[in-house]
Design a binder for this molecule. Structure first.
Ligand SMILES: Nc1ncnc2c1ncn2[C@@H]1O[C@H](COP(=O)(O)OP(=O)(O)OP(=O)(O)O)[C@@H](O)[C@H]1O
Length: 372
């Protein structure tokens, strides 16, 4: 009949998601969990999808550079945080990055580093959980389809390379644990606990110069690094790493146990590191621990971090400053720097926030009614 000819185009079409799965993420459980738990759930929710298994590092990045945006309603990484980082950077590397980065991105946590999933779970008001429980929560939220703006931080390293980060830049204790604990990766999230204990036994301190631009303080374009770029918006608050920071910035030179520039609430699924952080608050939360802290106090802070109560201890060595941009210049010769948990070249590094540049599938409308 005539009706059956027109009806399909009048009905809302099912959401089409591009699912990218890293078969080696976490303990290699991603594919099994996806088939037994995730796919049945999203099929039930009337979501249509293509599932692609990544074959190598940067595969996801290349894939999203080539897709036709109109064909998809979202790209979902079934992985740890690393694969989502590739998706975001692939989108930003496209000539049409301004449209491309508006593609909703989601995460179904099945790696060992699941910070963003922890933040999504927390934002939805759900109890902090790990492993399969976290995956199921995120799968339910994905079916709810709510999308929120997500801050990205453009990070530049000494060689001039620029990338887009959605989680954190870390130096000292945290990046040491993250990289050294890779040898315990078969343990899942427990690898970080063991790594932390091993590191505590030999607590290092690092000398460095940390500079930052607090919000509202002379946020005038610095100009120097502001040349238009193909790969994303100009960093109008930054000057090149070879030049001194603008006069409106604050600089501290000190010995640090760790420096962490974090933009989401979670550093791992059970590390509630920055309870005050919101997906699009337009802030980098600069957190650092100065040398002189006792091992016992450091352990207390890390234990309290599970509940996000570490700032309540009023530890004099722990400092938090919300900023728009920062620069870290390590003065200690050797060390490890990570961006979103992945190691980057060691040396001066700086970043500025680009508020709400990306879109994250959070499953809840950002105007949800506060509970509790
Ligand atoms: N098929 C593959 N083989 C090897 N590496 C891959 C493959 N697919 C993706 N990768 C790489 O693996 C990295 C880590 O993946 P992912 O984000 O899933 O997990 P993670 O939590 O960061 O680490 P883990 O592997 O410990 O879970 C990604 O940055 C990606 O480049």
């Amino acid at each position: 009949s005539a009706l059956s000819d027109i009806a399909p185009s009048l009905l809302p079409r099912p959401r089409r998601l591009l699912l990218l799965l890293n078969p080696f993420g976490g303990r290699g459980l991603a594919l099994q969990w996806c088939q037994t738990h995730v796919l049945p759930m999203i099929t039930e929710a009337d979501v249509s999808f293509n599932l692609i298994q990544t074959e190598r590092p940067n595969h996801a990045r290349e894939l999203v550079k080539g897709i036709s945006l109109a064909e998809w309603d979202g790209i979902v990484a079934i992985s740890g945080d690393g694969l989502l980082y590739e998706v975001l950077n692939g989108l930003m590397e496209r000539p049409d990055w301004e449209q491309a980065i508006k593609m909703p991105v989601g995460i179904l946590p099945s790696g060992s580093g699941n910070a963003l999933a922890g933040a999504i779970n927390c934002n939805a008001g759900l109890e902090q959980v790990l492993g399969l429980e976290l995956l199921l929560n995120c799968a339910v939220l994905l079916c709810h389809a709510g999308v929120a703006p997500l801050d990205l931080v453009a990070v530049t390293t000494a060689s001039g390379a620029r990338c887009f980060s959605c989680l954190s830049v870390a130096w000292g204790f945290i990046s040491d644990v993250d990289i050294e604990s890779e040898k315990y990766r078969h343990m899942g999230a427990a690898r970080f606990t063991l790594g932390t204990l091993v590191r505590l036994a030999s607590m290092h301190t690092y000398r460095g110069r940390l500079s930052y631009l607090p919000p509202g303080l002379g946020e005038l374009p610095a100009g120097g690094a502001g040349e238009a770029r193909v790969g994303g918006p100009p960093d109008e608050l930054l000057v090149p790493l070879g030049q001194p920071v603008p006069v409106s910035w604050v600089t501290v030179e000190d010995d640090f146990v760790l420096v962490l520039a974090i933009y989401q609430s979670h550093l791992g699924a059970d590390l509630f590191a920055a309870p005050f952080a919101r997906f699009d608050d337009g802030l980098v939360h600069l957190c650092f621990i100065k040398a002189g802290i006792s091992r016992a106090a450091l352990v207390r802070l890390f234990l309290a971090m599970e509940k996000g109560s570490h700032f309540e201890q009023e530890c004099p060595h722990l400092v938090h400053v919300p900023v728009r941009a920062f620069r870290l210049e390590p003065l200690t010769r050797k060390g490890i720097l990570t961006v979103d948990g992945e190691r980057v070249e060691y040396g001066p590094i700086q970043g500025q926030v680009h508020r709400g540049l990306a879109r994250l599938v959070t499953g809840v409308s950002r105007l949800k009614i506060a509970t509790g």
